[in-house]
Design a protein around this ligand. Structure first.
Ligand code: FAD
Length: 430
């Protein structure tokens, strides 16, 4: 085993998990964080591993992909997840935590670990030869963001404007037609037509629906060129019919308005609501977008969101081990790598620790297939479209489908995944 010290930049959810995993496996780590001298606009606690917004790590039920992801992480011995469980507060099926206790417990683990040296400093450069994990999150400091841009030769994405994604099987296909606008494309679009009466109801509810309050630092730009669909709708009754819902360019039908759905993955198991980036609350997204007849019973795999977010175009720049294709000593973990969410960030920290361990031991040990939620995340980062890459949280659509009765699918997928994980876990935890 190569005894090189690994540099981790950012002691957030991903950086702490990565550091604790490497340290547990006997690897020396130098963990940098700019706290408390410099705080991002959302971080307030001097401790590491801070939850900047809600205090929930979502459901633990295996009916949900986020429950399976946590079960897999537990199987592999996630340290941050263990701390979350220790700091749990009652919240039904959800794993909600006392955020201050949680940050304190993880910080104590880090500070008491002899293999981890903590450096309170803002990192502004990346050395070419050190093994470095960049885990500086969606609010990466400006200086480091500029340095990263020099390395990849492209701007980091700065604002996230996510449109919702629905499960392909939940779309009522009898109320759609397949055609690419102006005949351009390879049949990638499903169109959901609306009559004038249906559009009137949809438009009215959209303009009245409840939005998420933006934080002060997120108000600085009003997402020019990328307006939330509800803001556009408020401008004028016809604004959407001249925008994302324009009913032109089709031969098969002449609807009053049309919502287009675009394939989100190669398997066509998920579809994106084209041009529907939104800041509505999640329940309002479900209520209002389900007024489109074809989406009446749609299952939302991801809701839309708009917030400040620095992340790398993973399919373009990263390999399947979260490393820069152009410098395999530089890894990315957490939200900046293109995953979305607290649990996914912790998960990517765990994965990167395993991949760094492989590099240091000069062995190819861990293969995550899309039978697992962790493999589904890895696969998304390398196989999503480079053209309009957007961070993704875990959902069943990222995993390989399974032949099973509808009401048994998730149970069977869970069994399949945990079986596969046991083998990987033996290698990692022995
Ligand atoms: C405002 C906001 C709200 C969010 N709310 C939620 C939510 O409710 N639920 C959810 O699941 N996800 C949420 N997310 C998304 C995401 O899950 C979290 O941001 C999560 O904390 C990401 O984990 P991370 O480890 O990638 O980064 P972070 O946890 O943000 O950690 C990054 C660390 O890097 C440090 N750092 C940054 N730049 C430097 C530098 N140059 N040198 C040294 N240190 C540096 C920071 O101080 C910080 O400690 C939210 C994101 C934002 C921006």
């Amino acid at each position: 085993m190569n005894n090189q010290t690994v540099k981790i930049v950012g002691a957030g959810l991903a950086g702490c998990e990565c550091a604790l995993q490497l340290a547990k496996h006997g690897i020396k780590v130098k963990l940098f964080d700019m706290k408390p001298q410099k705080m991002s606009p959302a971080h307030k606690n001097k401790n590491f591993c801070e939850l900047v917004c809600s205090n929930t790590l979502k459901s633990t039920s295996l009916e949900f992909a986020s429950g399976l992801l946590k079960a897999e992480m537990k199987e592999l011995g996630s340290e941050v997840l263990k701390s979350a469980e220790n700091c749990k507060v009652p919240a039904g099926d959800a794993l909600a935590v006392d955020r201050d206790k949680f940050a304190q417990e993880v910080t104590d683990k880090i500070l008491s670990n002899k293999n981890i040296e903590v450096v309170h400093d803002e990192v502004l450069t990346i050395g070419a030869n050190d093994i470095t994990v960049i885990a500086t999150g969606p609010l990466t400091s400006d200086g480091l963001a500029r340095e990263l841009e020099k390395h990849i030769g492209q701007r980091l994405y700065f604002y996230d404007a996510l449109a919702p994604i629905v499960d392909a099987q939940s779309i009522d296909k009898s109320k759609t037609f397949a055609e690419d606008r102006w005949g351009q494309g390879d049949g990638d679009y499903i169109n959901c037509p609306l009559t004038k009466e249906e559009y009137e109801i949809f438009w009215k509810e959209l303009t009245l629906a409840q939005r998420v309050e933006l934080k002060d630092f997120e108000k600085e730009k009003n997402f020019e060129g990328c307006l939330p669909v509800e803001v556009m709708a408020k401008r004028d009754f016809d604004a959407l019919r001249f925008g994302p819902m324009k009913p032109v360019g089709f031969k098969q039908q002449k609807p009053f308005a049309v919502l287009q759905l675009r394939k989100e993955n190669l398997e066509a198991s998920m579809y994106n609501l084209v041009g529907f980036q939104t800041n509505l609350t999640y329940p309002e997204q479900k209520r209002v977008f389900s007024l489109v007849p074809a989406l009446k019973n749609a299952k939302f795999l991801r809701y839309g969101a708009m917030h400040r977010n620095s992340y790398i175009n993973a399919p373009k720049f990263l390999d399947n081990k979260f490393r820069l294709k152009t410098n395999q000593n530089v890894y990315f973990a957490g939200q900046i790598s293109g995953v979305e969410g607290y649990v996914e960030s912790i998960a990517s920290g765990l994965l990167v620790a395993m991949f760094v361990f492989e590099q240091l031991s000069n062995k190819n040990l861990f293969k995550f297939s899309t039978n697992t939620a962790l493999g589904g995340l890895c696969n998304y980062l390398v196989s999503a479209s480079e053209h309009n890459f957007q961070p993704m949280h875990i959902n069943w659509g990222l995993m390989a489908p399974i032949e099973a009765p509808k009401n048994k699918k998730h149970e069977e997928m869970t069994k399949r995944s945990l079986n596969e994980l046991k083998e990987i876990s033996k290698l990692w935890n022995n």
